[in-house]
Design a protein around this ligand. Structure first.
Ligand SMILES: [Zn+2]
Length: 702
């Protein structure tokens, strides 16, 4: 595989993963800026290698798919995302040159006027009228949840989240609890109209809600946007009713009788009874628009809700139509993001947390500080390189903390102060803070020091790892063992009843000890044992996911299960073989191979098998290309085991039989094929080699 192709594969997997984290779990790991950088790299590579563009490339779609619990909500006019631009922070702005506009608003100039040396942008696209100033509307970019509301003859009938832009989730029941959302529009426009905007918490209400939660002994919500997302997707609208959500209208989907300008549309929304942000401005030309964008930013920390930038739109709808769309966004609008807000606060302590895979990561505990409307108590230090080399963190440091969108706040610097040099540097501990085992560090890579990992190697003895692995194994997307949550896992580990997943299946034999465990009792013990019994029938992909193989999530587990068909075939696969699996990049292939090269992991798979876990192969595709065809396998195939060939034939809908008869359609023969091959020749059955069989399976040949 060429470098470009494997990079495209890696980027596609990585961006899809971040999309899922963002849209489905509301738990992003990287900033929008970092996401955009990866996205643009993928776009550029795909443009140079059009043959390598994958069907599931994130450049082909707008977001991600809905989760199962809520009903799908179809947007009759797709909800597209906007192109992004960034205000350069002081120190990051480029000097103007013949190639660049330079300055903090460079991206806006590029958007309107193209690059100085390469004319493009709105003005060129609009041709003749380029001399006249373009009229814009500038709006605050509210950091909420995009939503569409549908009205029929002025009555609110339904509403849903953006989802992937085509299908979201229907949350009408919760939207009805939002007090500033009009149930009936003033002047009741005839027919069907859909209004789009953002649902968000106002910050005062958010703080009030947190104070009430704390008073009841419940956990604080960390982030207004995430909690708004969680709230609006509740199944029970009573959960939503007491929470201070608001809706701000900003654009239309279906609107048969739309005004001729965006500004008039906003005025119409307000007249109908919607809340429209009072910060919206109509501007003649880009200079005026930049003033409006700067004015909104100047008020950012005083606003009653969170914003992360401004949106600038071409006002005239006729011009919008003339400009049209690029792949997934309108050309006539730009989301212009401000640099993330920062605050300085004192470091109280550095906590070293041990993850499920044994990786030890540093977290800064800081004196509570308000950043962008929320109170921050912990901030990420990422890794050893960041903490020691980049930040050179010392005890008692005053830190600069930044909060970008939904990502966990991070420490971006330490303030130089008198006497700082005399305070000791903070270093990684030598021993695991959870189990005391000596920590090990992965081989250092000069070029990428941030990739060095520090781990506790005590996989089956370290309580943080043992409990993490068991919790992951039992989790809903893995083995889905009902009732086996965080508390019970900790109890089982504490009582010495389970240290690794296979031991869970021996609990049935240790029932007395289980029942005797604190607060468990006979009924819960029986329920747990029954749940464990049921989990033995989970399909192969779920078991693969449950094993906690590094880099293997839900979709990779499915691809692996489909490709290999059995755990044995997967365990024997070489890195090269793994690299051939659709959607699996070389880094992932290497990680999977490394996992199964470990004797402990192989022993654990064997123990699960012995305990009765069935590793159920993926079902044969009904009506696949090989439906109704019977194969017989004989001899040694050059590149794969017979298990794998069998799995592939079955995945394509074919059957594999043990002996050759008149009913056999194909015999797949490898080296040293014996009597079955002779029988096939005798009966005139088609004989295939491995390559021929693969061609038949893929449908290239019949
Ligand atoms: Zn440990």
């Amino acid at each position: 595989m060429s470098d470009a192709v494997s990079r495209i594969n890696w980027l596609t997997d990585e961006l899809n993963r971040h999309n899922r984290l963002y849209h489905e779990r509301n738990a992003p790991e990287i900033t929008d800026l970092a996401y955009d950088a990866l996205f643009r790299e993928l776009e550029a590579l795909e443009a140079e290698n059009p043959g390598a563009v994958r069907a599931d490339s994130p450049t082909r779609k707008v977001g991600s798919s809905p989760v199962a619990e809520l009903k799908p909500f179809v947007h009759t006019v797709p909800m597209l995302s906007l192109q992004n631009g960034y205000r350069r922070a002081a120190g990051e702005e480029a000097e103007p040159s013949p190639d660049r506009w330079g300055g903090p608003y460079e991206d806006l100039f590029d958007w309107e006027r193209g690059k100085p040396t390469r004319p493009g942008g709105l003005r060129r696209l609009l041709g003749g009228g380029a001399a006249a100033a373009i009229r814009y509307v500038v709006e605050p970019k509210l950091d909420g949840l995009a939503m569409e509301l549908v009205y029929e003859n002025g009555e609110f009938v339904s509403g849903g989240t953006r989802g992937d832009g085509v299908t979201g989730e229907e949350v009408t029941h919760n939207l009805r609890t939002i007090t500033n959302l009009p149930r009936r529009l003033a002047g009741a426009p005839a027919g069907r109209v859909s209004v789009r905007g953002e649902v968000l918490f106002d910050l005062a209400g958010f703080e009030r809600m947190n104070a009430e939660r704390e008073a009841r002994g419940e956990k604080r919500f960390e982030n207004p946007r995430n909690s708004a997302a969680g709230t609006i997707r509740q199944l029970d609208p009573e959960m939503c009713r007491g929470r201070p959500l608001q809706f701000f209208a900003h654009s239309a989907g279906e609107h048969p009788d739309a005004p001729a300008s965006h500004w008039e549309l906003l005025a119409q929304f307000a007249a109908w009874g919607f809340t429209v942000s009072p910060l919206c401005r109509r501007c003649e030309g880009l200079e005026e628009a930049i003033e409006a964008i700067a004015a909104i930013e100047a008020r950012r920390s005083d606003l009653p809700y969170e914003i992360d930038g401004a949106v600038i739109k071409v006002d005239d709808v006729a011009l919008q139509e003339e400009l049209g769309f690029v792949t997934r966004s309108p050309r006539w609008a730009l989301a212009f993001k401000y640099p993330p807000p920062q605050v300085s606060t004192r470091l109280a302590n550095v906590l070293f947390s041990v993850g499920r895979t044994g990786q030890v990561t540093p977290v800064a505990q800081v004196e509570p500080a308000r950043v962008g409307g929320v109170t921050v108590r912990n901030a990420s230090l990422h890794n050893e390189h960041q903490m020691q080399r980049v930040l050179g963190l010392r005890h008692g440091d005053r830190l600069i903390i930044q909060r970008a969108g939904d990502v966990i706040p991070e420490v971006v610097g330490a303030v130089e102060e008198p006497g700082r040099e005399e305070r000791p540097l903070i270093t990684y501990p030598e021993a695991c803070p959870e189990c005391g085992h000596a920590l090990v560090r992965s081989l250092s890579d000069e070029a990428r020091p941030e990739m060095v990992q520090i781990r506790c190697p005590n996989t089956f003895g370290c309580p943080a790892q043992v409990e993490g692995a068991l919790r992951h194994f039992a989790s809903r997307l893995a083995m889905d063992i009902e009732g086996l949550g965080e508390k019970l896992v900790a109890q089982l580990v504490g009582a010495g009843l389970a240290r690794r997943p296979s031991e869970l299946y021996r609990l049935a034999e240790r029932r007395a000890e289980l029942v005797a465990m604190e607060r468990l009792g006979e009924t819960s013990a029986r329920n747990l044992i029954e749940a464990l019994e049921r989990s033995k029938d989970r399909p192969l992909d779920r078991v693969l996911m449950a094993l906690g193989i590094p880099t293997v999530g839900e979709s990779t587990a499915r691809d692996l299960a489909r490709f290999f068909g059995s755990i044995e075939a997967l365990m024997e696969a070489s890195v090269e073989r793994l690299d051939e699996v659709p959607n699996v990049a070389l880094t992932t292939a290497t990680a999977i191979h490394g996992f199964f090269a470990d004797a402990d992991n192989r022993a654990e798979v064997a123990a699960l098998r012995a305990a009765g876990v069935r590793f159920v192969p993926p079902p044969a595709t009904v009506g696949g290309p090989l439906a109704g065809k019977t194969f017989v396998l004989t001899g040694t195939l050059p590149s794969m085991g017979r298990d794998e060939m069998k799995a592939r034939i079955e995945a394509a809908g074919g059957k594999v039989a043990g002996s050759v008869s008149k009913k056999t359609d194909y015999v797949v023969a490898g080296a040293e094929a014996g009597s079955k091959l002779e029988k096939a020749v005798e009966l005139g059955v088609s004989i295939l080699d491995e390559a021929g069989a693969l061609a038949v399976i893929s449908g290239e040949q019949s």
